[in-house]
Design a protein around this ligand. Structure first.
Ligand code: SF4
Ligand code: F3S
Ligand code: FES
Length: 248
């Protein structure tokens, strides 16, 4: 059975904007993105929204529903009552382009700042050999669809524009952890995670893990182990002695 739902949608651009109210028909089994598409088709043809797969796999339709970071295509209308007012706003941490579309280039910049996979010298592509047990740990992180919901929700940058330069965010700290756990990667990851990518700013609030649509345990399986590796390195007596001897 269909019903009329009350929606508040943020409309505007980088100059400013406002929440606008709409009443839109909802049918059984629909998700928030269906309603946004119906709005476009019937009332606001110029409403900007980014989407692609409508299956929770491309990571494009990220926005905030009632203030919570969500994929619009995976947020079922059945999670609301018919009386609810459903507010849809753009991701707060990134600059708005128009309506529900934000400029997420911060994330691409952070991705570029992490040196790529570095195999041992002399080992050519095609000669990599790893056992399943060696890759299991980081395999979970490869499920990431780059929706940036974790980046949006992390308080280190959400309300602190000034931290953006020094903080890679949970998604990219997880990338560093993934490379550090890679059995064939030989690049230095631990000192730079702390000094260049802001690992120390993460105070393990776990909000990133809570919003991840792929249910990746970002904090428990990537960030905390990475922090432990950094500490091990710093306090390992052999590393300490090496630093003393060779950095004089
Ligand atoms: Fe999205 Fe999860 Fe990847 Fe973060 S880790 S970008 S929340 S899929
Ligand atoms: Fe931010 Fe996640 Fe750490 S939300 S503070 S990166 S645990
Ligand atoms: Fe692809 Fe929502 S449209 S994740």
């Amino acid at each position: 059975m269909g019903y009329d739902a009350n929606f508040r949608i943020w409309r505007g651009d980088i100059e400013g904007g406002e929440l606008q109210d709409f009443t839109v028909n909802v049918n059984e089994g629909e998700v928030v993105l269906d309603i946004i598409h119906r709005l476009q088709a019937t009332q606001t043809p110029d409403l900007a929204v980014r989407w692609n797969c409508k299956a929770g796999k491309c990571g494009s339709c990220s926005a905030e529903v009632n203030g919570r970071p969500k994929l619009l295509c995976m947020t079922r209308m059945s999670t609301f009552t018919e009386a609810d007012v459903i507010t849809v706003t753009p991701l707060r941490t990134f600059p708005v382009i128009r309506d529900l579309v934000t400029d997420v280039s911060f994330n691409y910049q952070k991705a570029r700042e992490i040196p790529s996979f570095t195999p041992p010298p002399g080992l050519k592509a095609g000669e990599y050999r790893m056992k399943q047990v060696d890759v299991e740990r980081s395999q979970e992180f490869r499920k990431c669809i780059e929706c940036f919901l974790c980046q949006d929700t992390c308080h280190v940058v959400r309300d602190h524009e000034e931290n953006k330069e020094q903080f890679a965010g949970p998604r990219y700290l997880m990338r560093i952890a993934e490379l550090d756990m890679h059995p064939l990667d030989v690049a230095e990851r631990r000192d730079s995670a702390q000094a260049e990518h802001g690992l120390g700013l993460c105070n393990i609030t776990k909000c990133c893990s809570e919003v991840c649509p792929e249910h990746i345990k970002i904090t428990d399986n990537a960030l905390i182990p990475m922090k432990e590796r950094v500490v091990d390195r710093k306090y390992d007596p052999l590393v300490w002695l090496g630093n003393k001897l060779f950095r004089r």
